[in-house]
Design a binder for this molecule. Structure first.
Ligand code: URA
Length: 232
């Protein structure tokens, strides 16, 4: 039997509809997905290797975003890292280079990481959606619902001890669909032994410098937690 992961604000729902082809896997290996709303059998349970997952994602046309972008921006950094940062989706620069967070927001993220004594190469960085939405619009619900299966599999394979949600979409996708970034940021949540925190997106800092102080406070907590877990 598979059980859907509830949001952190919710009581578990009792429903487990599953297609016949998934029944065998589920029967032999009961699994509760990490992300709220994800179904185990849709999150590529047969893939156990990050490179295989990258290849699977690179051939994906599940939501239509792939038709208007240059490439799939899967993720970057240390796949054995104890900490994973999750943003929203690739922008123009990320779409050109195939690497998350390399544009203006990414350069600011690099500075924040360095100030908190993280080397970009030692952490893992990914996005909720892997293809650039046209004109950098917000990814739509159906796009998120499709693409979060890849994020689920990334988390399952990388097994970070800490997940940091950058901005509202990542916070809603990882913590709870009803989570408001202004209310939950800077607070630790725990699910399946993974510490989770939401903080403002670096792009929000570029628009409003009042977010700088809270983000810095959040990153001090993140650095402390990382150090106390004694992880790499
Ligand atoms: N914003 C994001 O959320 N992700 C990126 O990769 C770049 C900008």
């Amino acid at each position: 039997m598979t059980t859907e992961q509830p949001g952190l604000f919710d009581i578990p729902e009792k429903k487990a509809e599953k297609p016949p082809e998934a029944r065998k896997i589920i029967k032999s290996r009961p699994q509760i997905p990490f992300l709220p709303g994800v179904k185990y059998y849709e999150s590529f349970p047969e893939i156990i290797d990050i490179e295989m997952l990258r290849q699977k994602a690179s051939g994906c046309n599940g939501c239509g975003l792939r038709e208007n972008c240059q490439q799939v921006v899967f993720g970057s950094g240390n796949t054995r890292s104890g900490i994973m940062f999750i943003g929203e989706g690739p922008g123009r620069d990320e779409d050109i280079q195939g690497i998350p967070f390399v544009g203006r927001a990414g350069q600011l993220l690099d500075k924040i990481l360095a100030a908190a004594d993280f080397d970009r190469q030692e952490v893992y960085i990914a996005n909720v959606v892997k293809c650039r939405p046209p004109e950098n619009r917000l990814p739509r619900t159906e796009e998120v619902q499709r693409c979060r299966n890849y994020l689920e599999a990334q988390i399952r394979i990388i097994q970070p001890k800490i997940i940091i949600c950058l901005g509202s979409l990542a916070t809603k996708t990882v913590i709870d669909p009803k989570a408001k970034i202004t209310e939950v940021r800077g607070k630790w949540f725990n699910r399946q032994d993974i510490m989770i925190m939401g903080t403002f997106h670096p792009a929000a800092l570029l628009r409003n410098e009042h977010y700088k102080r809270p983000v810095w406070e959040d990153f001090k907590l993140i650095r402390q937690a990382f150090a106390s877990l004694d992880i790499k």
